[in-house]
Design a protein around this ligand. Structure first.
Ligand SMILES: Nc1ncnc2c1ncn2[C@@H]1O[C@H](COP(=O)(O)OP(=O)(O)OP(=O)(O)O)[C@@H](O)[C@H]1O
Length: 591
């Protein structure tokens, strides 16, 4: 049904230019909205998914437009110039990204402003690009020998470009690489812990959004057939961000909605206000600014969430994205180390924060296949030890050897590559993703599809296998019934178990669980204990921080007790329970 409605809407838009009662300026407005939607979709990918704010998008449109104008004027047909226009824009974004994406937050936003100004003046002072007068008489795009000079003819090129870029962006965002970009919304720590290179993911988002801007620039050049630097300046970049914010940065539909709302509102204000105020001053900018502030008060997440809610209510259905699962090619499984061999050897690990010794001269050893509990009072240094072992933070001194390899200076994603999976004390799920999408992030290192395969939807078999694996792990932890729910609607205890399922998707040899039983009910704890026992039986080594002594004592082979950053005691549960030092420091206060 949904497909029929979409096809009907596309058909209606395709008919517009030939309907006699449709005024010409509608087509002009729709062309503007279409060209802008493609750029704003890039802003959605950047800001809504990768948490990057860029004010350089108009400048990237300029790179695409000038490349198209130069190539088609001097050398080749406009169609042939399309690929270099997109590729050169993407490449310039890659170069800019290499030097700029190390920054984050407002420093990054400021850097993109600097790039925007730089490129604007580069266009304006270049003789090749016609300085501030620009390039005129750009060749029109031809279709089977017929030049598309009229905006109502070029409208179809824009319509197809908008539809294809929406489809491509959808494919991209729901592909393996797109998910790694969206995972950035959960923070870089969780992305890296699952083996995702968060810097590369940011770079991919930056290049992808620039490619969309390059396509938009190509369309702009051949629609206007004359370009100069003005539409590629900073104020236009700000307008693109504004459109994304108005529409809603978290959805592709928000790009279309935001572009349409802002473009149409600006147009109407320009028409109406001179009559109201009796003068041709720039009143629309003032009224538009006030309307925008009011809108953001009413809908801080943009218009799309309210809009989609209305559609869903009228359809009387709840929207839950399902994913194809394929039992065909299984994902690779890393062989487990031989039972009882030394898996992890930690010697003299220390870490201070300012003057605080969070971990002090900590040593421990894990053998393959055992379950070990790391316990101790609050602030004893357990989570810091976890972070040191998994490369989230670097130790001041000491050595970590995993399966014979010194990994003391390794970063998180490289440690994950060795089959070390973890959960977090403070749950780290990606809020914008469903439960199963969060879990499938754990398969990142066991899958290979790149951005191009994903964008062209050529990854369905591997993706299907990844989702089958994720569903399988959710079944294993008892949460498959909630697979398609938004992750953050689950109870906190269940969210912890989702993290366990995600960690299992990594096919780990060492599973490190930070307070997995916190927030669980008794029956849920029993199920978790059963799961951990079955993992032990399979040969997976488990290191677990836990405060629930009843849970931990019945499960572990060995306990390591920490206090004030150091190891206080180590031994079998019975011995630890009877240790007077441990009772004094910790167990005396724990029930
Ligand atoms: N990034 C940080 N910056 C500064 N201090 C930190 C940081 N991380 C941990 N600490 C401090 O290091 C000490 C050990 O913290 P840690 O979280 O490792 O303890 P813990 O044993 O896991 O405690 P809990 O059981 O309460 O989680 C605490 O005093 C904590 O405040």
């Amino acid at each position: 049904m949904r497909r029929v409605i979409v096809i009907a809407i596309i058909f209606l838009f395709a008919l517009l230019p030939v309907l006699p009662f449709v005024p010409r300026f509608w087509i002009t407005l729709l062309n503007t909205i279409g060209i802008s939607t493609i750029v704003v979709m890039g802003v959605v990918v950047l800001t809504g998914c990768a948490s990057i704010t860029s004010f350089a998008q108009a400048a990237f449109v300029g790179v695409g437009a000038y490349t198209a104008a130069l190539l088609s004027a001097n050398l080749v047909s406009p169609w042939v110039a399309l690929i270099p226009a997109i590729a050169l824009t993407g490449f310039s974004a890659y170069l800019i990204g290499v030097v700029t994406l190390r920054l984050s937050g407002h420093y990054l936003a400021l850097a993109t402003i600097a790039w925007s100004i730089t490129l604007f003046y580069a266009f304006g002072v270049s003789d090749l690009l016609g300085r501030f007068d620009g390039i005129t008489s750009i060749k029109p795009v031809s279709f089977f020998g017929m030049p598309l000079r009229d905006p109502s003819e070029f409208y179809y090129v824009i319509l197809v470009a908008v539809l294809l870029s929406m489809l491509a962006t959808h494919n991209f965002l729901y592909s393996r690489v797109g998910r790694s970009v969206r995972a950035l919304r959960g923070g870089r720590t969780v992305a890296e812990a699952n083996g995702i290179n968060s810097t590369a993911a940011r770079q991919v988002a930056f290049v992808y959004s620039a490619c969309l801007a390059g396509l938009s620039g190509w369309l702009f050049a051949h629609l206007q057939r004359a370009i100069n630097p003005t539409p590629f300046g900073l104020s236009v970049s700000i307008e693109y961000v504004l459109k994304a914010v108005v529409g809603g940065v978290s959805n592709i539909g928000g790009a279309l909605l935001g572009s349409a709302i802002v473009t149409l509102t600006q147009d109407q204000l320009q028409n109406v206000l001179p009559h109201v105020f009796g003068s041709n001053q720039n009143f629309e900018a003032v009224v538009f600014g006030i309307a925008l502030v009011a809108l953001l008060q009413w809908a801080p997440e943009g218009v799309w969430p309210s809009f989609s809610k209305i559609i869903r209510t009228t359809k009387k259905s709840s929207k839950k994205r399902k994913f194809k699962m394929e039992e065909g090619p299984k994902l690779p499984i890393a062989p487990l180390p031989e039972r009882n061999t030394i898996l992890l050897n930690v010697e003299g690990l220390s870490k201070s924060f300012g003057g605080l010794h969070a971990v002090r001269d900590m040593s421990l050893q894990l053998s393959a296949g055992e379950v070990v509990g790391l316990i101790g009072p609050n602030g004893a240094g357990k989570s810091t030890t976890f972070n040191l072992l998994t490369g989230v933070i670097q130790a001041d001194s000491g050595r970590v050897v995993y399966r014979g390899q010194d990994i003391s200076r390794w970063i998180s994603r490289d440690v994950a590559q060795l089959g070390v999976a973890r959960t977090f004390q403070h749950v780290k799920l990606v809020p914008e993703m469903s439960v199963i999408e969060n879990v499938v992030l754990g398969t990142h290192l066991r899958t290979r599809s790149g951005a191009i395969r994903g964008t062209l939807a050529l990854n369905s078999s591997e993706d299907g296998a990844a989702f089958a694996e994720a569903y399988n792990k959710l079944e294993r932890v008892g949460l498959s019934a909630l697979a398609y729910e938004p992750a953050t609607t689950l109870a906190l205890g269940q969210q912890r178990i989702v993290e366990v399922a995600r960690a299992l998707c990594l096919s780990p040899a060492l599973l490190m669980l930070d307070e997995p039983a916190a927030g669980l009910r008794k029956s849920e704890k029993e199920k978790l204990a059963e799961l951990l026992q079955s993992l032990r039986a399979e040969g997976i080594t488990i290191l677990m921080v836990e405060h629930d002594m009843e849970f931990v004592m019945g499960l572990v082979d060995r306990l390591i007790v920490m206090n004030f950053g150091s190891k206080l005691a180590e031994g079998r549960p019975d011995a630890i329970r009877a240790d007077p030092e441990v009772i004094r420091a910790y167990l005396g206060g724990v029930t």
